[in-house]
Design a protein around this ligand. Sequence first.
Ligand code: ADP
Length: 397
Amino acid sequence: MLVLNSGSSSIKYRLFDMPAGTSLAGGLIERIGESRGRLEHRSRGDVLEREQRVPGHAEGFALLLELLEGEGAPAAIGHRVVHGGDRFRAAALIDPGVREAIRARTHLAPLHNAANLTGIDAALAACPGVPQVAVFDTAFHQTMPPRAWRYAIPDAWYVRHAVRRYGFHGTSHGYVAREAAGFLDRDPGSLSLVVLHLGNGASAAAVQNGRSVDTSMGLTPLEGLVMGTRSGDLDPAVHAYLARRARLSPDEVDTALNEASGLKGLCGENDMREVERRAANGDERAELALDVFCYRARKYVGAYAAAMGALDALVFTAGIGENSAAVRRRICAGLGVLGLSLDEARNAAPGPLPAAVHAADSRVAALVIATDEELAIARETVACLENESPPPSPQQS
Ligand code: ADP
């Protein structure tokens, strides 16, 4: 099973042996279309790195097939697709109709969906007989009730322009929620979880009885938590205010909120390791950035516990969630009100993941679980293909 994550100038790939989920090889082709492309390929402990011009996605895909030749041709391909709108509630086998539906939603995520489609087209052209599946970042959140996904805006904006909350990181939230249930040895259908996916992009999800009931990202991945370079929530009047006051165009405000805000806007640095290092050395801006980041996340945990009326576990995942004990400690400070207390020593050194980091007398569990979006895509691809071609019905006796 080959999993592809195609960006506008890159292709990230992993090859899995399914259903075991063993990772056989993987890599990244970057700077596609530029004068000097870059390739990094890992397979069985070996790492190959080289610079080479890769004119387009089709050539990039041909290159990765060549690199994977020793592993045999892939039996199926799973593609990450960022925006499925409200059309896709689950992964979908790619046929001309599905391809067109992804294309028709490009306006919702112009950079991402267009890049994802380029990867899909390259793979369809090179491997015409191989089943290919689109796995959507938005699909897991399609179970949200309208009260969570509607904005209180003029109805026509929703009806005519599809302005509503969709949510992203769904593949990760779904995967981590299932892993959490497995770790707790509980039926996912009986659990109320808050998942904090804290990477460069960050989002929270309320997952109740195995389904997403709310999430912090909205129409775009800009809403919600403070992120590396994205502001997260802010007063929607800021756009018009800056247009009038600083004469910024809508695109200028949008770009600044996506690329020059968040941790970077607050302290000039978007890498959390560096923010923490500076804060520990007494840098006040870095300390403030850390404080705003953690405070926003804590507010979402409280809001989602109230939204679900229950909380069994808080789950931390992605680069920051998995690795930063300080961020987990700051977010959990004050969550005693919900019955959650951390075990400081376990939190400081959780050991191999998944790990529990709550105190023995904590009513709510705190877990650290490694996300693996590519493996999650591989599993969703397998599940989709099984649904598409159900096993022959047993002979009637
Ligand atoms: P992406 O959204 O790009 O997939 P990741 O999930 O890889 O992001 O997370 C990247 C973030 O994780 C960066 O801010 C990085 O600084 C942070 N991070 C990684 N390791 C640590 C660590 N040991 N302590 C604190 N932050 C970390």
